[in-house]
Design a protein around this ligand. Structure first.
Ligand code: PEP
Length: 257
């Protein structure tokens, strides 16, 4: 439904230095007009070290581009060397934060409980969590992707009220499709995104299921985004590799044209 504004979020991962970061945001701002940025919410997710530069550009030029971080600590503050808290990100003007990305789950052993505490920490600081879930190849080959993703959804949203869930963006990212060039078919994306929405209706209510945005992520490119966006339960994309190429990301944001 029209009530769910499409969202294209570019996860830069551990790429781009300070100058490259500024250059990319400037190119996006030059290439996309106000109408395009109004129709499709456009968000960049740089490394922590580039957030201040992005904030300066976005605020200084009143760009209609949002930004956020790739992770946050579940804690408010204290003796957690190397971690970045929700209050610190909120102070930098972030609107979004990625939570539970498969690379965090894999390389930093984040389990569903940690991910749930990070979703809660984001909401407590008025940051919109982009809460990632998705199955690995073995689960997909066993045909158990829906049950797997629904269980991750339940765990990540544990303890939240319906009005909090409506503020969460869910990202379905099959792990076998991330950075591999293997995109799920539009039907694969719809199968899981649709099941997640059905689950939101069961566990919370139909209003929550209707308004909550569900993204697809996994090798989204300019040439496959439109087919994925044509699926009724896909409300946007979380884009990795293709988001650090200005022209490619511009084409992705322009998918309706
Ligand atoms: C991601 O990291 O969230 C992602 C979807 O990466 P890629 O687009 O490179 O597969």
């Amino acid at each position: 439904p029209q009530s769910r504004r499409p969202l294209m979020a570019g996860n830069w991962k551990m790429n781009l230095n300070h100058l490259e970061a500024i250059g990319l945001v400037q190119k996006l701002a030059f290439s996309l007009n106000e109408q395009q940025l109004t129709d499709v919410e456009t968000v960049v997710i740089p490394p922590f070290t580039d957030l201040r530069s992005v904030q300066t550009l976005v605020d200084g030029d009143k760009l209609l581009i949002g930004y956020g971080a790739q992770d946050l600590s579940p804690h408010k503050g204290g003796a957690y060397t190397g971690d970045i808290s929700g209050p610190l990100l909120a102070k930098l003007g972030c609107s979004y934060v990625v939570v539970g990305h498969s690379e965090r789950r894999q390389y930093h052993h984040e389990d569903d409980q940690v991910v749930n505490s990070k979703v809660q920490a984001a909401l407590a600081n008025e940051l919109t969590p982009i809460f990632c879930i998705g199955e690995g190849l073995e689960v997909r080959e066993a045909g158990e992707q829906v049950a797997h993703c629904v269980a991750q959804l339940d765990a990540g949203l544990d303890g939240l009220k319906a009005e909090q869930v409506r503020k969460v963006v869910i990202a379905y990212e099959p792990v076998w499709a991330i950075g591999t060039g293997k995109t799920a078919t539009p039907e694969d994306a719809q199968e899981v995104c649709g099941a997640l929405r059905t689950r939101l209706a069961e566990r919370f209510d139909s209003e929550t299921a209707d308004v909550t945005r569900i993204l697809y992520g996994g090798s989204v490119k300019a040439n496959n985004v439109a087919a994925i966006m044509a699926q009724p339960d896909v409300d946007g994309a979380l884009v990795g590799g293709a988001s650090i190429d200005a022209e490619e990301f511009v084409q992705i944001v322009r998918f309706p044209e």
